[in-house]
Design a protein around this ligand. Structure first.
Ligand SMILES: [Zn+2]
Length: 192
């Protein structure tokens, strides 16, 4: 399974989530939503997150998973604690990460957003590799979809404030924006 970003990043893992469908015709992809996830809560392994997004989670594997039975969710990308990125849904398709949501008066963010899950919680800081690789990924997406400005990279909480907390208090937006800016300057030098 080769998704659209495979040729840009040889280290990116390519998987296929069944939890996806088509975006509305003619939609402009112009938003990135950052999330945080850990399964079970507080454990940072990829194994169960991957199973959840592939529709293959054994809901008896942990008591907390019973709540997840039948849940159909996905994200375009997951960034693990080492900064390794897995892609589950092609960016041209609609992943199911935002749920009931609205940004600047426009509802159903899944229609026009790209979802990136970062493995983490509100207890421990995200890793340097996650800031670097999430920024690199966002920069590549911004080049491919020019309507995504820095201001249009938001958190799940920003688009669903009554329901969601993520990416949460450990996600340092200033650190992330510095990483994003550094990559832009680096690219400018390379291209000069
Ligand atoms: Zn989320």
């Amino acid at each position: 399974m080769q998704h659209d970003f495979a040729h840009h990043h040889e280290a990116m893992r390519q998987l296929h989530s069944p939890h996806q469908n088509l975006r509305p015709a003619g939609v402009d992809i112009d938003l990135i939503v950052l999330h945080a996830i850990s399964l079970p809560a507080g454990e940072f392994d990829m194994q169960y997150i991957e199973a959840l997004f592939l529709g293959a989670l054994d809901c008896h594997a942990h008591p907390s998973f019973e709540d997840l039975s039948g849940l159909q969710v996905s994200a375009h990308f997951v960034v693990d604690r080492q900064g390794i990125i897995s892609q589950f849904v092609a960016t041209e398709h609609r992943a199911w990460h935002a749920g009931l949501s609205s940004w600047q008066g426009r509802e159903a963010c899944n229609d026009y957003a790209i979802g990136i899950e970062m493995i983490g919680d509100e207890q421990r800081p995200f890793t340097a590799a996650q800031y670097r690789e999430t920024a690199r990924l966002c920069r590549r997406l911004m080049q491919r979809y020019p309507a995504i400005s820095t201001e249009r990279i938001v958190g799940h909480k920003d688009i669903a404030p009554d329901r969601k907390w993520d990416p949460g208090i450990q996600w340092d937006w200033q650190h992330f924006h510095r990483s994003l800016e550094r990559i832009r300057r680096y690219r400018d030098i390379i291209l000069a």
